[in-house]
Write a protein that binds this ligand. Structure first.
Ligand code: DGL
Length: 261
């Protein structure tokens, strides 16, 4: 059966995964997408791993029931808790995850510094999990890596607040320990954070490069679809359907706005 016309299922704990959906659409505009956000249970990043694993499997089921041809886990936290379980459970479709963009931050550092100082902003869970520790071990001889858990930031983005006094105050408090340190790059290791990019840049200074994993995840998704022979053959621009565990107009409108941001 030809599955190339079927939609790609993309999910996140909430609206943050739209930053990945944006990249997917840029790279593959002819695909159809269903985006599911579990805003009712957001944030995931401050919960325990077992709970997040359960929620991640529920999110995947929600999309699989609708006949998607591939699953994109547009959430670093859900990827660390559940990607291996999802891959074991659903062997017949590609399951693509996201991880903090440490590799590009080190390899594509504009100054090509010998031993850059990189801050990784992410949820407490992402930074606590073994998956991130493995990633850190890969690069620990090439850079000084500083994990920075950012509880609270996701909630602002979920409410459509990306700038203003409260977000700025939170970010200033988080970056306070690095005020007088040399920083060569900051990784946005949570898919909600790219929406607060301008405020982050304002707080850390305009010359420090920011890195996120959205574009890399989109490229990997394209590679997998081609490999499986299920890349869309349509010449038309595809559709995007937004769904959310909160049946609420505010959150669905926020997703639509974020896609165009
Ligand atoms: N957007 C998610 C991520 O990439 C997590 C947000 C949350 O804590 O729910 O990690």
């Amino acid at each position: 059966m030809d599955r190339s016309h079927l939609p790609i299922g993309v999910f996140d704990s909430g609206v943050g995964g739209v930053s990945v959906l944006r990249e997917l659409r840029k790279l593959m505009p002819n695909e159809n997408y269903i985006f599911y956000g579990d805003s009712k249970n957001a944030p995931y990043g401050t919960k325990d791993t077992e709970t997040v694993l359960k929620l991640t499997c529920q999110d995947a089921e929600h999309l699989l029931k609708q006949g998607v041809k591939a699953l994109v886990v547009a959430c670093n936290t859900a990827t660390s808790a559940g990607i291996s379980t999802l891959r074991q459970k659903y062997k017949n479709i590609p399951v693509i995850g996201i991880e903090p963009a440490l590799k590009p931050a080190i390899e594509k550092n504009p100054g090509q510094l010998a031993h850059p100082h990189i801050i990784v902003m992410a949820t407490p869970m992402t930074l606590r999990e073994e998956k991130f520790h493995q990633l850190m071990r890969l690069y620990e001889f090439h850079a000084d890596i500083f994990p920075l858990p950012c509880p609270g930031l996701v909630e602002f983005v979920e409410h459509g607040e990306f700038d203003g006094e409260n977000v700025t105050n939170l970010l200033e408090r988080l970056f306070e320990p690095y005020r007088n340190s040399k920083i060569d790059g900051v990784v946005l290791g949570c898919t909600h954070y790219p929406f607060a990019k301008q405020t982050i840049q304002k707080v850390i200074g305009p010359h420090i490069p920011l890195f996120d994993g959205g574009a890399g995840t989109a490229r990997e998704t394209k590679r997998r679809l081609r490999q499986e022979g299920i890349f869309s053959r349509s010449a038309e621009i595809g559709t995007v359907v937004f769904q959310n565990s909160l049946q609420d107009t505010f959150i669905l409108n926020l997703c639509r706005q974020l896609l165009e941001r």
